[in-house]
Design a protein around this ligand. Structure first.
Ligand SMILES: C[S@@+](CC[C@H](N)C(=O)[O-])C[C@H]1O[C@@H](n2cnc3c(N)ncnc32)[C@H](O)[C@@H]1O
Length: 240
């Protein structure tokens, strides 16, 4: 979550199937808990390369997914997978831009760029009546986290627990309907392809790239050591 040399960072992150932890079961849980209609209009906010688009379409097979991300190469990667599907619109831009209305806003691992209150406030006018938002956010699962668990988030100032996340949603005028922690499968779905890419890039990496690869390996090791203490909490919220 810190600033990194961009070129080397994106060399590592090119061609990964997803850019943060998550799995199909997370999307299915949120859609089922929300009672999503098959024809739901969905925003995949900060979609990355579109790793969740398939699961979103399975949740709403006659609906529509608008996927947006600031990083154009991620949207191009998503276009290679989903560009021919008329149920999918792909856009490069800020995740608060699309005007909607949306029945479901899905945001995996990206609300922290804006902050929960700012993101939920920006999305409120984009929600259709009855619309819901699901977002994942860094979370402490223990009252006594070790230094390693805190260090995993690299100084994230808003790091808090489930009650703290719900309080920020409340402050933005939302109620929390349900929560669930992103599980090990979701994290490994992100880390294992990254480890394969690190192994591929390591031979011949220049100093900047080697530093990024080292940092990524350290991040994986830190999460595996502290995964009981911290992770992402997926929250399903709606305007109160
Ligand atoms: C941790 S990745 C998660 C990507 C994707 N949701 C996934 O799970 O694979 C965070 C993403 O947020 C994007 N991002 C950051 N700020 C953004 C903003 N204001 N609007 C749109 N995308 C943003 C980044 O480009 C990156 O793709």
């Amino acid at each position: 979550m810190s600033d990194r040399p961009d070129d080397a960072f994106f060399t590592l992150h090119a061609d990964l199937p997803r850019e943060g932890p998550g799995e199909t079961a997370d999307v299915a849980w949120a859609a089922e808990t929300a009672g999503l209609r098959p024809d739901a209009r969905i925003l995949d906010a900060a979609s990355g390369p579109g790793g969740d688009i398939g699961a979103l379409l399975r949740a709403a097979p006659t609906g529509h997914v608008t996927a947006i991300d600031l990083h154009a190469p991620f949207i191009e990667a998503a276009r290679a997978r989903w560009g021919a599907d008329p149920r999918v619109t792909l856009m490069t831009g800020d995740m608060t831009e699309p005007s909607g209305p949306f029945d479901f806003i899905w945001c995996a691992g990206a609300v922290y760029f804006l902050g929960i209150e700012a993101a939920l406030t920006a999305w409120a006018p984009r929600l259709a009546p009855g619309g819901v938002i699901a977002f994942s956010e860094p979370c402490l699962f223990t009252d006594t986290p070790t230094d390693g668990a805190i260090a995993f988030w690299e100084g994230y100032a808003r790091l808090t627990d489930a009650a703290g996340i719900a309080a920020q949603a409340t402050a933005a005028g939302y109620e929390t309907l349900a929560t669930r922690a992103i599980g090990d499968i979701g994290w490994e779905s992100y880390f294992r392809p990254m480890e394969a890419r690190i192994a591929k890039l390591r031979p011949g990496a220049d100093a900047a790239l080697a530093a990024v690869l080292d940092q990524a390996e350290a991040e994986v090791a830190l999460w595996r050591a502290h995964r009981a203490e911290t992770g992402y909490l997926l929250s399903l919220v709606r305007p109160a």
